[in-house]
Design a protein around this ligand. Sequence first.
Ligand code: SAH
Ligand code: SF4
Length: 366
Amino acid sequence: MTSLYDLDRAQLAEALAGEPRYRVDQLWHGLYQEARPLEEVTTVPRALREGLARQFTAGLHPRAEVHSDRGATRKWVFALHDGATIETVLMLYRDRVTVCVSSQAGCAMGCSFCATGQAGFTRHLSTGEIVEQVLVAARLAAPRRLSNVVFMGMGEPLANYAATVGALRRLHEARGLSARHLTVSTVGVVPALERLAGEGLPLTLAVSLHAANDALRDQLVPLNRRYPLERLHAACRHWTEATGRRLSLEWALIDGVNDTPAAIDELADFAGPLRAHVNLIPLNPTPGYPVRGSAPERVRAVRDQLGRLGVNATVRDTRGRSIAAACGQLAAVTRGRGGLAVRARAPEGGAPARQQEHPEDAGQPA
Ligand code: SAH
Ligand code: SF4
């Protein structure tokens, strides 16, 4: 079944055929600008809303909610109409409000250190299911205005290309979010990356690199066997040249694995010619991956080494770590500060909650 948020404006107009034209504007404005749920778009008649509610699915059903950072980080587990579950995270900073969305329930990429990858793939999300996460978060962020969207939740957005691009366009066109405020994180699906560069879409790209030699990256990121570093580097170069945008490289620091001076030299060789920005993320432990994240002093040493090598690097803040750490344990129990413990219902097919540190550059809690 289609979600109301799967419809673009022309399709919504079709669904409202026979109604006065301004109804489309009212509904579009209510749903996207005001982020109201359909039943609360009271500018249009109740009968019309009820008709639409019968025709389209209401996508996201909250199953659990947890807070950390004194409420400045909030995570939801949502069930979709077929019972698959996803996670969405809202982060309130002093200068911005960011939502981290899932693009798939689970992930088929199998990165060894990632809880989502360890647990496997359930299904793709539709454009509407991605967009609705943003609208729900916008509603819950009020009175603050949601300003940034990052595709860093569950799933590989470029493996779900059409829905991801559809969601990016919708967020840009219907909510007016601009390039600096939309970020897609990819593990490096090279053909999709090349295609994305030609979409003329306003967005920021983050590539999850984690290793800059093929032997190690083959182990950490199995997709590297299909699209090795040379191809990935060429695709990154193409991206920066075609879009004129600076690229971010994500590097989850894994103790003794990719935090050695030699590994960081390789990273600098990869990043330097692209003039890429490096985001260092101390690895969060996951049940299926025994190795630990780098200690804080190693993290600082890595940042300093990159600085000496002329590579701009930031360490991602610890925002949301307490609840994200629990969420990596297969959505069994999610835990927030203050003893709040919520049991998240296990999804059909055991879709995972992913383990992650939260996106974007360092920022202060609101
Ligand atoms: N599939 C996409 C987007 C979701 S993952 C991608 O991989 O880029 C978002 C970020 O979290 C990625 O950079 C990913 O590598 C990172 N990540 C995954 N597992 C992690 C862990 N255990 N600790 C820290 N970061 C992790
Ligand atoms: Fe998928 Fe990204 Fe996790 Fe890899 S790191 S398994 S691509 S979600």
